[in-house]
Ligand binder design. Sequence first.
Ligand code: SAH
Length: 222
Amino acid sequence: MVGTVDGHEDERRVRVADLVLRLRRAGISDRRTVAAIEAVPRDVFVPGESRADAYAERALPIDCGQTISAPLIVAMMTAALDVGERDKVLEIGTGTGYQTAILARLARRVYTIDRFRTLVAAAESRFRTLRIGNITTLVGDGTKGWPEQAPFDRIMVTAACEEIPDVLLKQLRIGGVMVLPVGPAEDVQKLLRIVRTENGPAITELADVRFVPLIPGKAARL
Ligand code: SAH
């Protein structure tokens, strides 16, 4: 039917345009980051009951008692990771797979780990629906990283670490970048950008953030 407007698509376009404007105002101008955020439909990743708020500037609850970060935090972390198109990226904390899908648009391949089987299965089904083919998932303990696939060019952790995880730092190539929240669980953490240099980690603080904690071990249920 010529000239028909799909109401849903139309609404998504308005919400995405508004989000891009917010990114610009917040000083996130990196072209590739903005393009990736424009291209990944956030509403596909949030649970049905929160869908009306999918593009709102706040974190939302997802399955297994976890949360998807607010859009600006996702954008800030993505821009800070500075992913190149040939990069091999490790992400700890798949959650809904939203951040994973954004990284997948920027990188050669993304390896992502979550401790909940349920979350990984749902994320995989979204990747299939959106025909994203360069993501490899694992249900497991992200605190161990993914030694078989190391070294990585980039590592992102989307759960709060009590301290900078040495295991992950060792799986980053020299010159590689890691972005992660570090600080006490159930409190405010510092979002850090770490470059692994020959002389050790070079650390920059980016912002105060609040993430669900990184919990060692694979989830026994779910
Ligand atoms: N980035 C996600 C949100 C992540 S929420 C998104 O875009 O939707 C944090 C995630 O980290 C949760 O799904 C939680 O299960 C996971 N997580 C916590 N501890 C973990 C661990 N040790 N290994 C792997 N994943 C872990």
